[in-house]
Write a protein that binds this ligand. Structure first.
Ligand code: SME
Length: 161
């Protein structure tokens, strides 16, 4: 296993292109989902310096907090609640340029200003896990993040859920 990430490039696009194959390599051969989620959260935060990066897994009718990097966060989120619960309900990525304008946003920290939440699907096409990435800057995420994080979700889903 590589001991450090090598990120070349200056744009976010270039960084994703450098990072994603390294995440795939990092997870290769490791089948523990918790360990893999932990390394994905760490790799994304280390590369981009995001305020909070972490996973919530589906447990019955709730999402439960999984491995994350950043300040402490709320542990349970209901179906359809907040950005994460809406991502689960709608089965699609949700980009929130300004969390104050998202009805029902769950503020784990007042420093979080924008976020993106990406679903991970099981073999039956059900949401099994969501990846939540928060920024302390307004409108920090766009289609570049969505494209690459969705590609990551497709490529590593069997390693994380
Ligand atoms: N903001 C999220 C809750 C999770 S945290 O921000 C870590 C939401 O509205 O679902």
């Amino acid at each position: 296993m590589a001991e450090q990430l090598i990120i070349v490039g200056s744009t976010r696009e270039q960084k994703y292109q450098a990072l994603l194959p390294q995440i795939e390599a990092l997870l290769e051969g490791e089948r523990d989902h918790t360990a893999n989620q932990a390394n994905v959260a760490a790799a994304l935060r280390e590369t981009f310096g995001f305020f909070w990066v972490g996973f919530y897994r589906v447990e019955g009718d709730e999402l439960v907090l999984g491995p994350f990097q950043g300040p402490i966060a709320c542990t349970r989120i209901g179906f359809g609640k907040g950005v994460c619960g809406s991502c689960w309900q709608l089965k699609k990525t949700i980009l929130v340029p300004n969390v104050d304008e998202f009805p029902g946003h769950i503020a784990c920290s007042s420093a979080s200003r924008s976020e993106i939440v990406v679903p991970f699907f099981d073999d039956q096409g059900q949401v099994a896990l969501v990846l939540d990435v928060d920024s302390d800057r307004l409108a920090d995420f766009d289609e570049v993040d969505q494209h690459h994080l969705e590609a990551l979700a497709r490529s590593i889903r069997h390693r994380v859920c």
